[in-house]
Design a protein around this ligand. Structure first.
Ligand SMILES: Cc1cc2nc3c(=O)[nH]c(=O)nc-3n(C[C@H](O)[C@H](O)[C@H](O)COP(=O)(O)OP(=O)(O)OC[C@H]3O[C@@H](n4cnc5c(N)ncnc54)[C@H](O)[C@@H]3O)c2cc1C
Length: 471
């Protein structure tokens, strides 16, 4: 009987269309499926109870899916290097398979595992349609601007679905292994803040199907309109697939393929353009992953290093007001409360609150980036960093620093009937529509809602001056 091999699940919590798992299954050796709860990540100041709960739910789901194949998921705790070595010792595993992750932390961790494992490690590209290093300029350099990256990315042939290797493979008998059950959030010393959406492969595919049935055709117009309830079954302007893509409960090939099929079904031109716009967003996801891979300094500082000299304000009270949704700007407060209450925030709202923090309050984007990581179920080091640096004007092809969002006009445009504000800012529920976006303009504003933290016009001038000094 051949020695077993380990499949190490990381950001690929699914059985289907999983490149490394399929390769392991195809090797003919029996598979040991394992996930390692990395203490470094659990204890990190960027960790999020909401995201951890979604991950734990996803592990339970994966375990249940594996049970359908007569196996189960081993969930170990510790540092991956030690946990994998121990598992290898206990099972006599001959090889290790996993899908690559491209963040600086993941690469360092994986290099340590490879050095220590003492057997072949087989790694695969799976997280993106086109991995870092495969989208390069004519000078063989990574792109630093989105539009040319996208042009090149679009022309590359897209990988096919990898399909389902389960029928051909088999799993190792784990009966003799005494492993602890999947811990609860409380076991990890964390406390639940929000109820995440249903986790796992089936939930991801159902969400994809729902979005592709209709909403994708209106994505071009509807994607910027703010909505409150990301996890409900209602049709939304955007897909709300981000947590599933974050943990690989669905593959980029599956979502891309579904979009291409929707493209074929689309009749009016507008529908086809909407699908293109959605694919464009998938491309942003890949772009930022490439940026973090090729320019790891962005994890700590500005992509454009001159902005590291910017004099950010040290305003703890204002930062706390932003975090808790008490800035006096209804759309900013609604968005920050959406994050706290649901673990997610609409993309337009992310841009509005990020602009408000970095421009109106002139507070360092890294503080906002960390707060997002502490709360977002979809918190992803690359997309989050890219989104923050874009909004702050310190990033790749960031909006020029002089383009500063006006929170009131953004609010009027993207929450025209103020439903989003009314949902999250109940203090303003009785305010007439005309004043909801700027309640301070009323003769007698509601007493239980704070006045605006800053005057946007003055704050804008202050930000322009500060950016100009280093820009
Ligand atoms: C300040 C800021 C922080 C952000 N932090 C994150 C983050 O931590 N994790 C995250 O996944 N996205 C992040 N984004 C990008 C974007 O807001 C979310 O991906 C999107 O809101 C998720 O909703 P959706 O799944 O309905 O997206 P859809 O509009 O349906 O888009 C489909 C998918 O494309 C990807 N995507 C969409 N827009 C972007 C983008 N601008 N950059 C990168 N990928 C994108 C996501 O995987 C998303 O699920 C951030 C944006 C900003 C401005």
């Amino acid at each position: 009987m051949s020695a077993p091999v380990i499949h190490w699940f990381r950001r690929d919590l699914r059985l289907r269309d999983n490149t490394a798992l399929n390769a392991a299954l195809a090797s003919g050796a029996p598979i040991i499926p394992v996930f390692i709860l990395d203490e470094n990540i659990i204890r990190s100041k960027r960790s999020s109870p909401a995201r951890m709960q979604f991950l734990l739910d996803g592990l339970h789901q994966l375990d249940a899916d594996l049970k359908g194949y007569g196996s189960r998921l081993l969930v170990l705790r510790g540092t991956p290097r030690e946990a994998l070595l121990r598992l290898k010792g206990e099972t006599g595993a001959a090889a290790l398979h996993y899908n690559r992750d491209y963040s600086p932390y993941a690469r360092k961790r994986d290099a340590a595992v490879e050095r220590a494992f003492g057997g072949p490690t087989h790694t695969h590209d799976d997280l993106l349609l086109h991995p870092p290093g495969s989208v390069l300029s004519q000078a063989d350099a990574p792109y630093t601007v989105f539009t040319p990256f996208k042009r090149a990315w679009l022309t590359l042939p897209k990988p096919n679905l990898q399909g389902d290797g389960l029928a051909a493979g088999r799993f190792h008998n784990l009966d003799g292994l005494d492993t602890p059950p999947i811990p609860s959030l409380a076991d990890l010393g964390l406390r639940a803040e929000v109820t995440p959406p249903d986790a796992g492969e089936a939930a991801a595919l159902a969400r994809l199907e729902r979005f592709m049935a209709r909403a994708i055709y209106a994505y071009g117009e509807a994607r910027d309109l703010l909505y409150a309830d990301p996890w409900s079954e209602a049709a939304h302007g955007t897909s709300t697939l981000s947590p599933y893509l974050r943990f690989g409960m669905i593959s980029p090939r599956q979502v891309y393929q579904a979009a291409v099929e929707a493209q074929h079904r689309a009749v009016p031109q507008a529908g086809r353009e909407s699908v293109d716009t959605w694919i464009n967003e998938l491309c942003w996801r890949e772009f930022y992953t490439h940026i973090l891979h090729h320019f790891p300094h962005v994890a700590r500082g500005s992509f454009r290093r001159n902005y590291d000299d910017l004099e950010w304000r040290d305003a703890l009270d204002e930062f706390a007001a932003w975090q808790t949704g008490q800035t006096g700007y209804p759309v900013v407060d609604a968005a920050m409360r959406q994050l706290a209450q649901t673990g997610w925030m609409h993309n337009r709202a992310r841009m509005i609150v990020a602009s408000f923090l970095t421009k109106d309050l002139l507070i360092d984007w890294r503080a906002g980036e960390q707060h997002f990581m502490q709360h977002l179920i979809d918190g992803d080091p690359a997309a989050n960093n890219g989104g923050w640096q874009w909004s702050a004007g310190t990033g790749t092809d960031a909006q020029p620093y002089f383009r500063i969002f006006n929170p009131v006009s953004q609010s009027r445009k993207f929450d025209p009937d103020a439903r989003y504000i009314r949902h999250f800012v109940p203090e303003l529920r009785d305010v007439a529509d005309a004043h909801l976006h700027a309640p301070w303009e009323m003769d007698s504003p509601p007493r239980n809602y704070p006045p605006p933290l800053v005057d946007h016009k003055q704050a804008r001038a202050r930000a322009l001056a500060a950016f100009k000094r280093v820009g």
